[in-house]
Design a binder for this molecule. Sequence first.
Ligand SMILES: [Fe+2]
Length: 203
Amino acid sequence: MKHEAKDFNHLLGKLAGFSEKMLNAHFTLYQGYVKKLNEIEEKLAKTDKSSANYSFGEFSELKRREAVAFNGTFLHELYFEAMNAKKTGKTEASTVLKKAVDESFENWEEMVKNMKAAANSTPGWVLLTFSKIDRKLHTYIMFEHHVGLPAHQEIILVLDCWEHAFMIDYGIGKADYLNAYFNVVDWDVVSKRLDKAMENEKV
Ligand SMILES: [Fe+2]
């Protein structure tokens, strides 16, 4: 299947604290992952599987990098898709999401604090997940696109903390970026993701 990069241009000029320059750079980077994912998948289909080898083999190298491009693509989509470009102001979390946050983190402020602390613990990604094990929300960090994704979690919010996500507008001011980020999260989207996640049983 050929993957197509999604168009997120509707976000340009609509997100307070996110300049068009920074968003455009980020979109280009995301498109690069989609391109690489297609390239890797095409090559994997054609490459001789008998070359597979733990030390080195063309098939093995492609296989080892496949999840980098895959998660580089879909984590970015989860990130951009939960950004609020509506002109109606801040979105409201659903009752279900609020209850899940209270049960998992005590209250909303603690969830935000937890996500920010997680962001300060990684150069990479922060995930807010619904766990199919205890049916609560959790935060996890990923140091690379393909390392650190725990089993049995449905991702309901992704926070991109790689420097490219904030350096252009904030330099090394990660805390200011995090404040800006929480002002533009589309909680409608996150609430819907949680509803869907809760429907799924652990396999
Ligand atoms: Fe990114």
